[in-house]
Design a protein around this ligand. Sequence first.
Ligand code: SF4
Length: 281
Amino acid sequence: MINVAEINAMLKKMKYPKHCIYCEGIDESVENPVHHPSYEITPACNLNCIFCYSKVAEVKGSAPKPGYYGTLEPKAITISQYGEPFVVGTEKVVELIRKLRERFGEVRIDIQTNGTLLDPSKLGGEADIVMISLDAGSREKYKEITGADFFERVVGNIKQMAEQTYTVVRTVFMPGVNDGELENIAKIASIADELFLQPLSVYRENRRLLEMIEIERVESIGEFLEAAYRLLKITEVRIPGCLLLNIRSFLEKYDIGDLMLVKRDAFGSVPIMQREWRFRF
Ligand code: SF4
């Protein structure tokens, strides 16, 4: 039985994920926050994850064209929010990082990747943060979720990247699909710097996912926080900064018991890019 007072203490102490620093999502003064800038390479991906929003965006025609999106005075840039950046090869991604640094000077570069195609010996310490998705803690479940057999390769790449730069394991909490995997994922993530635990966004186009998830549990903030609390005993868990900020403002008015009963709307409609296209290298 988890004591809610301990979850409350966890929420008070928890730091923002490193990736969220400089994002408007953790700036209380911004009314309609948007994610910090990104450079989109391609919406294409070599996996077929059951929860993928990038594929939904492609089907709906809202996937962004390649290029840079957001302010021209960035403090952090994400490569990339859609698709898998390393389908173009690690050398090309390194080239892009160098061009972005040349153009913007001191800027933090975060890469979001599925970790299957990157070559750690070529990427080295070029990026400031490498966020590698891992939604299963076993080979079988990995295949079921992604449609491909790369579990060992991804775990190996997490290990190698963690030796070279700030490395984050990014896991989507999918009750009914991967709850039994989380402890193993956390053990793997303990060789990295953070486990970034994300709540699931559900799109009606992800039919297979809809058949597998337990939607009541997906929508429960309490379930999500209990999972984060459990995993904190194994590794450094962080939750999305914007969510943590909202939770903290909720807790200024209500108590933790109320928070544990809150349901969020997990359904998204069309994933859209909220920042303006600026240029392409
Ligand atoms: S999780 Fe929220 S705060 Fe963090 S980078 Fe994404 S939008 Fe910003």
